[in-house]
Design a protein around this ligand. Structure first.
Ligand SMILES: *[C@@H]1O[C@H](CO)[C@@H](O)[C@H](O)[C@H]1NC(C)=O
Ligand SMILES: *[C@@H]1O[C@H](CO)[C@@H](O)[C@H](O)[C@H]1NC(C)=O
Ligand SMILES: *[C@@H]1O[C@H](CO)[C@@H](O)[C@H](O)[C@H]1NC(C)=O
Ligand SMILES: *[C@@H]1O[C@H](CO)[C@@H](O)[C@H](O)[C@H]1NC(C)=O
Length: 273
């Protein structure tokens, strides 16, 4: 027999991670990192909303709204709000690497972030190098986004190499999620929920989602609910703060959501036991 349940959630926000009008988002990632086109969806979402950063795994991305979220084999791109930046930007940073570039323009900036800002604001600049002792900032204009591979720095300078991606390219809809954890429960979710065995972990749970609108996962209860859109609704009152809630950025219902003040997503949940 089908049990139909209505899930209530209140998804909180922290005000500090929304960039003000004069600020743009700057994401820091290690160099090299794979930034797939689908994952750009998460960056674009994180730019607009309250968000601590983006988690990248091989084929998925997660907008992080609560730092308690963790995944194995993932890369975290922390978001910073920076003034003077024309467009939101991704920076991939490695220490003690340099790119041989005789044509680089040399400027002076007070910090690494300001060096990145200057490169990001320069249409042709795809990489920069910052020497923290001399405050020299080298802006490199390469034809391709990547430019030549950076090489180890042999001369003992403290130098940081940064690949700069600005403005952020548009993402496409693909496995991308908003994530929440330990959430007091208030707002209804609508959809059909199917229960899977969650003992194999979050990645395994997510693999059951193809067109789902959200995933409710608990490592504590070893439960994995895959929710797909539906017009029926019933309370899902067993959901407590042992569940992690992941809502798909590609779900049609997502576009109507209001961020950041009330992220109240609705979905009607039904599952069989
Ligand atoms: C990037 O992705 C490619 C192909 O998916 C993989 O071979 C490579 O190891 C990845 N690089 C990093 C730094 O993760
Ligand atoms: C994030 O989750 C922790 C528990 O894991 C909770 O105490 C905290 O309030 C949450 N923060 C936000 C901003 O939701
Ligand atoms: C090297 O430069 C980076 C970037 O400016 C800085 O964060 C770091 O503290 C410096 N390290 C040393 C040992 O000076
Ligand atoms: C879930 O899977 C694990 C191991 O794969 C198994 O031990 C456990 O009994 C399963 N739980 C349910 C409720 O089927």
């Amino acid at each position: 027999m089908d049990t139909i349940i209505l899930l209530s959630l209140f998804l909180p926000y922290s005000s500090s991670l929304i960039c003000s009008g004069s600020e743009k988002a700057l994401f820091h990632l290690p160099y090299p990192s794979n930034i797939s086109t689908p994952s750009l969806k998460c960056f674009n979402e994180c730019v607009k909303n309250d968000c601590e950063g983006v988690i990248l795994t091989n084929d998925r991305c997660f907008v992080l709204s609560n730092s308690s979220f963790a995944l194995e084999d993932s890369t975290f791109a922390a978001k910073k709000c920076v003034t003077g930046l024309y467009h939101s930007t991704i920076s991939l940073t490695a220490s003690q690497l340099v790119v041989p570039d005789r044509d680089a323009s040399i400027i002076s900036t007070p910090s690494l972030d300001q060096c990145i800002v200057r490169c990001a604001n320069e249409k042709q600049c795809s990489a920069c190098q910052f020497f923290s002792d001399s405050l020299d900032c080298l802006l490199s204009l390469f034809e391709s986004r990547n430019g030549p591979d950076p090489l180890p720095e042999p001369d003992g300078f403290n130098v940081t190499f940064v690949q700069v991606i600005s403005p952020l390219p548009k993402g496409e809809c693909s496995p991308s999620f908003n994530s929440f954890q330990s959430i007091p429960v208030y707002t209804p979710i609508y959809g059909d929920a199917k229960l899977y065995n969650g003992s194999e972990g979050l990645e395994e749970c997510l693999s059951h989602c193809s067109d789902c609108s959200s995933v409710l996962y608990s490592s504590h209860y070893k439960e994995c609910f895959i929710v797909t859109p539906s017009s029926v609704s019933q309370p899902l009152n067993f959901i407590d703060d042992h569940f992690m809630i992941l809502s798909s950025l590609c779900s049609p219902s997502f576009s109507s959501l209001q961020f950041p003040l009330f992220y109240l997503f609705s979905s009607c949940v039904r599952f069989s036991q």
